[in-house]
Ligand binder design. Sequence first.
Ligand code: GUN
Length: 306
Amino acid sequence: MGSWLEGKTLAKEIKEEVKNEVAQYLKKRKEVPGLVGILVGENRASKIYLRTKERNCERLGIRSEILFLPGDIEVSLLKAKIEELKSREDVDGILVQLPLPSGFNAPEIIACIPPEKDVDGFHPFNLGNLMMNQEGLKPCTPLGIIELLKSREIPIEGKRVVVVGRSRIVGKPLAAMITNENGTVTICHSKTENLPQVTSEADILVGAIGRGAFITQEFVKLGAVVVDVGMNNLADKAKVEEMFGKDEKRQNDIKEKGYTLIGDVHPHVIDKAEFLTPVPGGVGPLTVAMLMRNTLEAFKMRRNLA
Ligand code: GUN
């Protein structure tokens, strides 16, 4: 049986560092970093994520705003809103919460964010720098995964890393970061043939496909490090019991909310892996911590303090 690789403690440490540095800038310069999150439409999960980001900003002394825009907003108006934020001196970070409602072209919108305020690291300029292994703002979830592995002294160099999922948010930038760390990376997706055979070669296996408990023991090499990026709601009581037995917290989730949050990796994988990140409490807290750090970085870069 392996160990749970939690992200909460590391996330707390990183946020504590950010908080202290923000306090110093407030004292020295009488200014703090500012973050604006944009939510287009009525996505419930997106709203929760943005509120979490806002709450974290508050705790760390970072100024934050959420711009709630209607789902049927004209593209030109959305771009004009971003343009406004671009010219605001007190705004260091701008993020457009994804997914955007259907009909919007996310890359087109993200390209309007000035790269120096792109705290998600999704702008083509920042992704280009990542590909070229240059300094710059980098996507938060992959950054968090690399930080988590490093904090536990889990080596990446020379290791076989298999990432299941080719998203712009996680899979692709993570593959670039792992390459930059001298890992040997394979990206898999829904069209990959013999998927369990490919994933079974991984020393480090990352699940980032958005399908609840998709990665089962047969996908995993004995003693592998397994990182679960998935966030899926599971409402099926029988399935919850199959996965977690009579776990009190899970049963409470079902009773109170009607669902429980699960990852892309089946929890029984813990019996075969050396490490498995839990959901919740694994990668998630690190994503927020990295966003806070990126916002501070953007603040410093814009003032030539870094
Ligand atoms: N949706 C899911 N993850 C993310 C993220 O890291 N940033 C943004 N902007 N949207 C997301």
